[in-house]
Design a protein. Sequence first.
Length: 369
Amino acid sequence: MRYLGRLSCNACRFLLAAVFIFSGYVKSIDPLGTQYKIEDYVESLGLSGVVPEWLMLTASLSVSTMEFCLGVLLLFAIRRRMVSRLTLLFMAFMTLVSLWLVIFDPIDDCGCFGDAVKLTNGETFAKNIVLLGAAVVICRRPLLMPRFVTLRWQWIVTNVMVLFILCSEMWCLYDLPLLDFRPYHVGADIRKGMEIPPGAKLPKFDTVFILEKNGERREFSLADYPDSTWTFIDSRTVQTEEGYEPPIHDFSITDRKTGEDITADVLGFKGYTFLLISPHLEKADDSVFGEIDTIYEYAQDHGYRFYCLTASSDKAIEHWCDITGAEYDFCITDATTLKTMIRSNPGLMLLKDGVVVGKWSHNRLPRFE
């Protein structure tokens, strides 16, 4: 009986260690992606604009560091009593969060494993129930977990663990994620990522219109759209039926000057195309405008294309041009799509015939002779 207790305790220990190490690491190498997911949570709570970005980035770094460190400490059975209690508290909190996700469905993906593994809210809740049960087991009998290192070596393992995860986070903040799980990774064909297989079931959408009359606001569908006495306020698209969704489903490029969709033209160009990507120019690092202009001139000299993709307003674009002297063309793309394309503001992406052949952070822009 004691043997079975030891076996079950250590099976739970290794399960928790593996999940925590993997979850913490994939989030630590994409700290901005984790921050964007936290922003989704904050927005769903109606706190958008209240919680500052630096606090959400701090939360991103803290969560990934905590998960990774708990996983390593469990693996080596360091500070067994304290770590098992912290693990139980952490899993209890995350289980409550996943229950909230199941009930209210504020976001589609919890972000537990970054972009590496996508889970539905129901799958996330089921996973957390299992991990919570495992945490209860190790918390009841922590001393059944044998140590993999002596007491003398525990401080070395702990220091190396913390140094490793912090260095990983800082480097990926400075540069780009060490591993890119998104559909815009180097080598990805964007056009293929947008294709829908023949015979695949397509999702169905309805447009909801918000109109106002005599101070009263109501929602209408296209079928019951009212007369002209109602004033249009806003509209939103609601998915009514599930269907196949390609990995890249929201990528489009609109010429800022003409309003024309030039997505097919950009992706179909046989030569090289530089894309300077900035979701919000007003928040972009403008200290590298000299290097950007050099790359733009290089593209001009060699017959390559160069566009800046942004979701910024005309005012923000004009301000950027004033302070940097930018002469390249600006195009409009969805902000969320741009954040998915590259974790840098601004960042640089190089395409050839619709295939991503290079990506650079503004901190490590390429030099061309």
